[in-house]
Design a protein around this ligand. Sequence first.
Ligand SMILES: Cc1cc2nc3c(=O)[nH]c(=O)nc-3n(C[C@H](O)[C@H](O)[C@H](O)COP(=O)(O)OP(=O)(O)OC[C@H]3O[C@@H](n4cnc5c(N)ncnc54)[C@H](O)[C@@H]3O)c2cc1C
Length: 386
Amino acid sequence: MSDIRRVLIVGGGVGGLTAATAFAQRGVEVLLIERRPTFEVPGVGLGQPANALRIYDALGLLPEILASGFSYDRMWIFDHEREPIVEHKFLLGDDRVPAFCALSRLRLHEILLAAAQRAGVHVRTGLTVDKIVDETDQVTAAFSDGGSASFDFIAGFDGIRSTTRHYLVGAAFAPRPSGYGGWRVQVPRHANVRGMEFLQGIGGKTGAMPLADDLMYVFHIRPEAPDAVFRREDYAGLFRQRLAGYGSYVAEIATALDEKSDIVYSPIEPLLLPWPWFRGRVVLGGDAAHTFPPHLTQGAAMAAEDGYILAREALTGDVPLQTRLMRYSQARYARCAFVYTFSYQWMLDEQSVRTAEDLAAARVELKTNASARIAASDRILDSRII
Ligand SMILES: Cc1cc2nc3c(=O)[nH]c(=O)nc-3n(C[C@H](O)[C@H](O)[C@H](O)COP(=O)(O)OP(=O)(O)OC[C@H]3O[C@@H](n4cnc5c(N)ncnc54)[C@H](O)[C@@H]3O)c2cc1C
């Protein structure tokens, strides 16, 4: 019988809900606390690659997720006029899981929350941790409502501004502005958009991802001042200006943007917390430990993998808890470091296209090498970890 009987999960995003369900399905008593008063999540859709789908499959959720999303198996790179440069068929997935399934963030959260509750997770919203006291054989959390409780360990899946991370490393490690930002808008799906697509522009990159038969999102990544704060009422005009150099459906969408458009802006703030991701009985996962440029659409996928692998490693083997958490931390650091490095490099390369000459050179290079480069990443990400 495991020595882990009671776990606190801080944060009810993809990572926290996956971890909570994975622990509870293995018979552990789990309390999950979420700071927000409800689980209504903002934001557009999420592309979930095969490696994430395998985690959801292990939790028994694959059919529901596939039925809720749009599956696709390839991506295209075009130029800014949507002239094709390269088509890549992902080397992800198998007979059971598609390469990608994209769905609304809200729907994914609903499915994960219902799974956590079915597994017996005790979920409390509007609650956070004010203080953590790590003792030798247990760890105690003082909650924001004045209560407190003790656990065998605490897992912080509390996102990019994690207070659990702050408990472990203070302000020394935090996401740092990359100098690039991402604009996104959810719009009716253009019939030609059948998978992930990137339109390489001059001074930025635009793209689209299908979310449903009738829905997709369009994104644009470009240099933005690290401290830029845009007023919501200016979003439509600012986004339109930024899409000015693009043709095809992007130009149509840019023209139609108005104050009712569902636009999201977020600075790209990468973080790879140095290993290990735990001390004593407190451990981190998901965006609390790592955030990536969005190019591989692996942020939520890595959070889900973290949650599942944490439960598996913490509950496996007749060795001290510290050894098990080290095993988790070591395995996850290596995989997340790959995603961090690959996606950061991709962002720097695409954003270095600053002139028509750069674009001409990029076109030749992408045509020759891009598919092989992405295939190398696919092979790594598709390697079985469960
Ligand atoms: C615009 C955008 C598009 C993206 N697209 C994709 C994509 O297509 N595919 C993909 O895989 N990834 C994508 N990502 C990344 C992905 O959203 C994140 O990597 C993922 O959500 C991380 O999950 P998480 O559970 O670690 O953190 P989060 O989803 O941030 O969840 C953390 C939760 O903890 C709660 N919380 C925070 N602090 C506390 C506290 N002190 N106490 C209690 N609760 C707390 C928060 O309210 C939140 O609910 C995208 C990100 C953005 C911004």
